[in-house]
Design a binder for this molecule. Structure first.
Ligand code: IMP
Ligand code: MG
Length: 180
């Protein structure tokens, strides 16, 4: 796997340090709020496991699984494959995501969760790729691990064709891998 990586963007140590900092920020804002951390599957799983352990106060864990709708029109419509199971009425929700790219998944997830009566919904993403953003999306992330340039990255939960998720770092995939 490692030989398919062109460049390591963030090492295990850098990720660990940054996640600890994000944990401190979330502690400042949520330590007394019993937040619900909603992870967006599957890319978030590695970040999620570290992030909740960097939050040292009561919280609840929940997950959503969405995918873009495979229809004839490429409207970026989203399909809910698995919804949250908690009752979010009056709850403070923090969405955890691996990467904020076009923003379509987060925009959908954000409005979907607000629609369930949450008292607040904030976004915490490990990576933000602002150059990839769909110009119609104005949503902003509240907590960002790292901003990255417009490259295709894998590892630490992120995949290419369902592989590389188990790499312990975030790296840029060699272009020849896509071109195969
Ligand atoms: P969106 O484009 O912001 O809706 O992001 C949708 C999903 O695309 C993310 O949750 C990731 O799973 C995936 N994605 C976007 N950019 C990358 C990347 O560079 N590597 C791997 N997956 C990505
Ligand atoms: Mg994702």
């Amino acid at each position: 796997m490692d030989r398919d990586i062109e460049k390591i963007l963030f090492t295990e140590d850098q990720l660990k340090t940054r996640i600890a900092e994000l944990g401190e920020m979330l502690m400042k804002d949520y330590a007394d709020k019993d937040p619900v951390f909603v992870g967006v599957l599957k890319g978030v799983v590695v970040f999620y496991a570290d992030m909740v352990r960097a939050f040292h106060a009561p919280c609840q864990m929940d997950f959503m699984w969405i995918s873009s709708y495979e229809g004839t029109e490429s409207t970026g419509k989203m399909l809910v494959r698995k919804d949250v199971s908690a009752d979010l009425t009056g709850r403070h929700v923090v969405i955890l995501e691996d990467i904020f790219d076009t923003g379509r998944s987060l925009d959908f997830t954000y409005h979907h969760l607000l629609g369930k009566g949450a008292a607040s919904v904030k976004i915490c993403t490990l990576l933000d790729k602002p150059d990839g953003r769909d110009p119609s999306i104005t949503l902003k992330a509240d907590y960002v691990g790292f901003e990255i340039p417009k490259a295709f990255v894998v590892g630490f939960g992120l995949d290419y064709n369902e592989h590389y998720r188990n790499l312990p770092y975030v790296g840029v995939l060699k272009p020849e891998i896509y071109q195969k």
